[in-house]
Design a protein around this ligand. Sequence first.
Ligand code: HSE
Length: 427
Amino acid sequence: MTIKLGLLGFGTVASGIPFLLQENGEKITTAVQNQIEIAKVLVKDDDEKNRLLAAGNDYHFVTNVDDIISDTDIDIVIELMGRIEPAKTFITKALEAGKHVVSANKDLIASHGKELIALAKSKNVAFYYEAAVAGGIPILRTLANSLTSDKVTRILGVLNGTSNFMLTKMVDEGWSYEDALATAQKLGYAESDPTNDVEGIDAAYKAVILSQFGFGMTIGLEDVAHKGISTISKDDVALAQQLGYVIKLIGSIEETPSGLYAEVSPTFVPKTHPLASVNDVMNAVFVESIGIGQSMYYGPGAGQKPTATSVVADVVRIGRRLKDGTAGKVFNEFSRETTFADLSDVKSSYYFAIDTPDTNGQLLRLAEIFNSESISFEQVLQHKATSNSARVVIITHEMSKTALENVTEKLKKVSDFTVRNTFKVLS
Ligand code: HSE
């Protein structure tokens, strides 16, 4: 038997699949114990079809998805179109037709994964999406299989290559935010709308999926507090350096005594922490657990061959399970009731940059406000901001999100204090 694939889309990642099937064909065929063949490829229109044929891509291109869905010879549909629609409709049709589906679509899986997983289960077919989180890093299968005997307590991740590339250039080479974004777009790292990259939304989608695999809890995008990198100033970058940190956009999911808390935020990472050395477009997922302790999974979070490698790994797994008669097994078996953390249980240190009048008694006023929320200072630094104002920089000891909200409100009410920025500090 030959396992036949139907590809939805033939962009950067999809066009990496033939390379792997050819270069690594023997190993893949041995693992699957069958041949694998790309039977049909869905493209947008005849123009795209003719362009791809002229470029030497010798595939059976179709422009109507039903040519793939109604083809009973096709076993596995691979969706690499991105975005929600029409991908959602096409995957739904494929699952309803009893086809196994592989996707790399984090937006779709984070937003509608629950219903698609339920549909796949009811049809006894596979729905796998290893490539949806951190591209080439095999993190989902690692959490689902290798860490099944462990209890994960916190996952921290550099989950967006674009913003990590930008921050690396801003920190190491003093680039402006605008120059860093323009270069990331030119190099093809950014999503078509880079808002999702720089505002932490892309990383939040990945945090939603990691919550299911690491903690067995299904949360939505609206449950992930997210803040992007656009508010980081050159001054923040320089102060972080001076205080022994680098700023990274970190996705964080942790289980507190009252439940789960997930967020994406610019974070001061101690220079000694392994995540501090994850630079340029690379991604990393740092897992804290009671058994292993700390483990980090590092690699390319995007790109043709890395992402296609994860996609083909899903295909191989389905192929193998087809042979064993277990292809309907769910990707992630860990599922339990979702409970959300009380903000008083979510604790971290924070960085505050606050402008105050440069006159006597200001530090005392500031200290009184923080003390009223029982917040203790770990480091305090002051320099001149303008001729008559000072910038006071504070790194606190661990404090709760409730205390953070309260102190932020209190600081806002003091008309001659201006909070320039507040960032989480990793401890
Ligand atoms: N735009 C994404 C990134 C691609 O920069 O990480 C992979 O999801």
